[in-house]
Design a protein around this ligand. Structure first.
Ligand SMILES: C[S@@+](CC[C@H](N)C(=O)[O-])C[C@H]1O[C@@H](n2cnc3c(N)ncnc32)[C@H](O)[C@@H]1O
Length: 260
């Protein structure tokens, strides 16, 4: 059965930064038209056309970036790679930290056992992602066959009980945090994860602002020092884009450093 191309709406990332040049190009084009009608001076006409052409070229570049991936595209490969390494088919409770508009929920959905309880937590800040909110997370999850409960909250202070989650995922979130919040967040994952549970980290080849480390070294190190034993660590292709995704699976280590 053919799938509707706009089945999902994951919102537009960095929409303010990206829509501003598009608005500027439209304004420049309108202004150019108005000036062309009012002036006979060839030099004025040439200058305005050059300005409009520059603005339009920039807007096209920005629009291309804004639609890569498009708000309706899921690009499953990275989530499949993570899910294949997680014991999702045995998990009663799953928590996706930083679920946003639900791309990771949709990506993980085919691997989640029917009847499992799935929680999606996010600050749901729509200043960065247009439409970021519990409604889109729930709707996109439902369209993928997942009954996910969105929770508004901070990854560094999870409103979730100790030792209560079988599988905790955090997909493309940690690099967005302040460096000082990375360890706090990973310790929260450690706190809520059952002693025999698992965490799955999917990360871009990026580190937090102010950190000058190789992501492939930095992330495993942070996960290890916050009380986990790394089970698997893989790099996977980013569909032709620079760098690789890091796919890391870990379980709570015997030495619980939650009080440190
Ligand atoms: C790039 S999106 C990733 C969304 C989804 N997990 C995915 O794989 O597409 C990053 C998400 O992390 C969320 N986020 C950033 N800081 C957070 C925090 N301190 N607590 C919870 N969520 C946070 C943002 O609101 C955003 O929805």
């Amino acid at each position: 059965m053919a799938m509707h191309p706009f089945r999902y709406n994951f919102g537009l990332y960095h929409w303010r930064r990206r829509l501003a040049p598009i608005g500027a190009a439209i304004a420049a084009a309108i202004l150019t038209g108005a000036i062309r009608r009012r002036t006979d001076r060839r030099s004025h006409r040439v200058v305005t056309i050059l300005i409009a052409a520059g603005a339009i070229a920039r807007a096209l570049r920005v629009a291309h970036q804004a639609l890569s991936p498009p708000p309706w595209a899921i690009e499953r490969g990275k989530y499949d790679a993570l899910a294949a390494r997680l014991p999702l088919s045995d998990a009663d409770r799953v928590l996706d930290v930083g679920c946003g508009t639900g791309r990771s929920l949709v990506g993980l959905a085919p691997h989640v056992r029917p009847g499992s309880e799935v929680l999606g937590l996010d600050v749901f800040d729509d200043r960065i992602i247009l439409g970021n909110g519990p409604a889109l997370a729930r709707r996109n999850g439902a369209r993928a066959g997942l009954t996910a409960t969105p929770i508004v909250g901070d990854a560094a202070r999870l409103p979730v009980a100790d030792d209560s989650i079988d599988v905790v995922t955090v997909c493309r979130v940690l690099h967005d945090l302040d460096a000082s919040d990375v360890d706090r967040t990973l310790r929260e994952l450690r706190r809520v994860c059952r002693p025999d549970g698992t965490i799955g980290v999917l990360e871009l080849p990026l580190v937090p602002d102010g950190v000058s480390r190789d992501p492939g070294v930095y992330w495993p190190e942070r996960v290890s020092v916050t009380g986990f034993r790394i089970e698997t660590l893989d790099s996977i292709d980013r569909d032709g884009r620079d760098g690789s995704y890091l796919v890391l699976v870990a379980s709570p280590s015997g030495s619980d450093d939650r009080d440190r």
